[in-house]
Each structure stands twice: as structure tokens, then as C-alpha cells.
Design a binder for this molecule. Structure first.
Ligand code: ACO
Length: 198
């Protein structure tokens, strides 16, 4: 597996891949000063002429940067699903997506491409999580919640059943979302209230 982005997020992905016996062949990163991360060689900037012999994961935590890079690359994407994550046999996870340690995906959950289900996040039955979305550590989606493309759910946030959160929203850490949230909204607090649009 190759990783694109020599970040803290990449370190966690390296650990996950190591735990399931997948080795990382190298990391790409635009920063010429980076030579190595967690014992893995940084190979320099990714070139579109590069013919990869293995799959790649975009290991960048920022949702919009991840989306921009995915738009530009024409490669085969892998996944990193931690051994300690629990996935229902009826849950499905798209290419490029990372499911971290202790995360739980219940029955009929659909997670899109290049998403991040971070440490210990819980996604209950029938939820939909869009491409490039990020559920931060400890976030909880109750049943039948829908999270739009590129939306970031902050650490420990809770979304009650049946709520629809639009695209490219930001939900603050610790928020409790009890009403639908429109595209591009930033919502915080308990109960979650929209404070601005991004
Ligand atoms: C492994 C990992 O680390 S994964 C990453 C996990 N990271 C997170 O969970 C962080 C989630 N991000 C947040 O909670 C952020 O504060 C955001 C995205 C909601 C808002 O960020 P910004 O747009 O920079 O907003 P800003 O800091 O200017 O705050 C705006 C207002 O909202 C309030 N606010 C911001 N975040 C929260 C929050 N989580 N809960 C309650 N109020 C909040 C601020 O106090 C401020 O209020 P004020 O105007 O009365 O002073």
C-alpha cells in the first residue's frame, strides 16, 4: 500500500495496516523536508506519471484537500480497516476509506469513498456516510442518520436517529444534533445550533 500525505493521520493508518499484515511501500508528500515517517520512506511529491504497483490511500485528514487530491489522481485505492473495528456483514465501505481502531459499523451501514471513521466512532444501523466525510473519535450516529459528502462530525458528537446532515458541514466536538442540518452549515452545542455557514 502507498499513502499520500505524511501526516499524523498517516501514522495511525500505518499502525492499522501493520496490524492486518499490510506493509506500506512508501509515502508521497509535497514537503521536500520530509524524509521518513514512522520508519517508512517519504518518496517526495506524487507525479501523475507514476505507475503504482500497489493501491494507495490518501492519508490527509482535511476533507476538502482529500477530495481535491482524489479528483486529480488516477490510481487504484485501497482501504484500511482496523482489526479491532467491528463491521456488520451487511455494512459496506468504499475505496480509500479508513476505519480506525474500535469503530463500529452496524447493519446496512453504507460508508462512501475516502471517508474516515475515526477511533471508536459508532455508526448504527442504516446510516449513510458520504464520500470524504469524517466521523471524529467517539462520534455517535444513531440509526438511520445520513451524513453528506465532505461533512466533518467532531469528536464525541451525537446525532439522534433519522437526522439528515447535509454536505460539507462541520459539527462541533461534543454537539448533540437533534434537527436536520443543511449543506455547509457549522453547528455546535447541545442542542446543536447553526452558528454560521462555511
Ligand atoms: C484524531 C483527531 O484529532 S480527529 C479531529 C477531531 N477534531 C474535532 O473534533 C474538532 C471539531 N471542531 C470544532 O468543534 C470546531 O470548534 C468547529 C469546527 C465547530 C468550529 O470551528 P471554527 O469555525 O474555527 O469556530 P470558532 O472556534 O471561531 O468558534 C465559533 C464559536 O463557536 C463556539 N464553538 C466552537 N466549537 C464549539 C464546540 N465544539 N462546542 C460548543 N461551542 C463551540 C466558540 O466558542 C465560538 O463561540 P463565540 O463566537 O461565542 O466565541
Amino acid at each position: 500500500m502507498y499513502l499520500y500525505g505524511a501526516s499524523g493521520h498517516a501514522k495511525v493508518i500505518i499502525d492499522i495496516l501493520g496490524s492486518i499484515g499490510v506493509s506500506v511501500a512508501g509515502l508521497f508528500d509535497d514537503n521536500p523536508d520530509l524524509k521518513e515517517l514512522a520508519g517508512i520512506k517519504v518518496l517526495g511529491a506524487f507525479s501523475s506519471k507514476q505507475n503504482l504497483d500497489e493501491e494507495l490511500i490518501i492519508s490527509i485528514g482535511n476533507n476538502s484537500i482529500r477530495a481535491k487530491i482524489a479528483e486529480q489522481l488516477n490510481v487504484k485505492y485501497g482501504q484500511a480497516i482496523a482489526k479491532t473495528a467491528i463491521l456488520s456483514p451487511t455494512a459496506s465501505v468504499g475505496e480509500g476509506t479508513v476505519v480506525m481502531q474500535g469503530a463500529i459499523l452496524q447493519a446496512d451501514v453504507l460508508v462512501g469513498k475516502h471517508a474516515i471513521i475515526n477511533t471508536g466512532a459508532k455508526v448504527d444501523h442504516d446510516c449513510r456516510v458520504g464520500d470524504f466525510a469524517h466521523l471524529s473519535p467517539g462520534a455517535v450516529l444513531c440509526g438511520n442518520v445520513s451524513v453528506g459528502e465532505g461533512t466533518w462530525i467532531g469528536a464525541g458528537a451525537v446525532v439522534i436517529p433519522g437526522i439528515k446532515i447535509g454536505k460539507w458541514c462541520k459539527i462541533g466536538a461534543g454537539a448533540v444534533v437533534i434537527r436536520d442540518i443543511p449543506n455547509n452549515a457549522v453547528a455546535v452545542g447541545n442542542p446543536g445550533k447553526i452558528i454560521k455557514y462555511c
